[in-house]
Unconditional design. Structure first.
Length: 131
């Protein structure tokens, strides 16, 4: 649920017509992501803690970093440095690794979402920053 929610949120923000405006105000964007998505993300992560998927100490250790990881991903998409699929996979891997999940656990989850070797480089390049 956590990974699918993050994927939907990232895709929604990338498709938003105000993306260029949002990434031009990274602090506002990070705060908006934290307030809009934080309660849901924490609910999902708490469920992962309760089922023993992640350590109880790790979510607190991430603190305020996760919204900035999302802002960084959005900056990459807006700048057109990588495809959306590449940015999305990198963000998901970083967040899951930050929660203490090893690649052997994350690869199957990402594969179900269409990420991995088969998806690398697929699709059109992310749109370029409007000038």
């Amino acid at each position: 649920v956590f990974v699918a929610s993050l994927t939907r949120m990232l895709r929604m923000l990338v498709a938003h017509p105000a993306l260029a405006w949002m990434v031009g105000r990274p602090t506002v964007l990070a705060n908006a992501v934290r307030h809009a998505c934080g309660p849901f993300a924490m609910r999902d992560v708490r469920a992962m803690v309760e089922t023993g998927v992640v350590s109880a100490d790790l979510p607190a250790a991430m603190g305020d970093l996760w919204p900035w990881m999302i802002v960084g991903a959005l900056l990459d998409v807006e700048a057109g440095r990588r495809t959306l699929a590449e940015v999305e996979e990198g963000l998901l891997r970083l967040l899951l690794f930050s929660l203490g999940l090893e690649r052997s656990r994350t690869d199957p989850v990402l594969a179900r979402l269409g990420h991995g070797k088969a998806a690398r480089g697929a699709g059109p390049r992310a749109r370029s920053r409007a000038k």
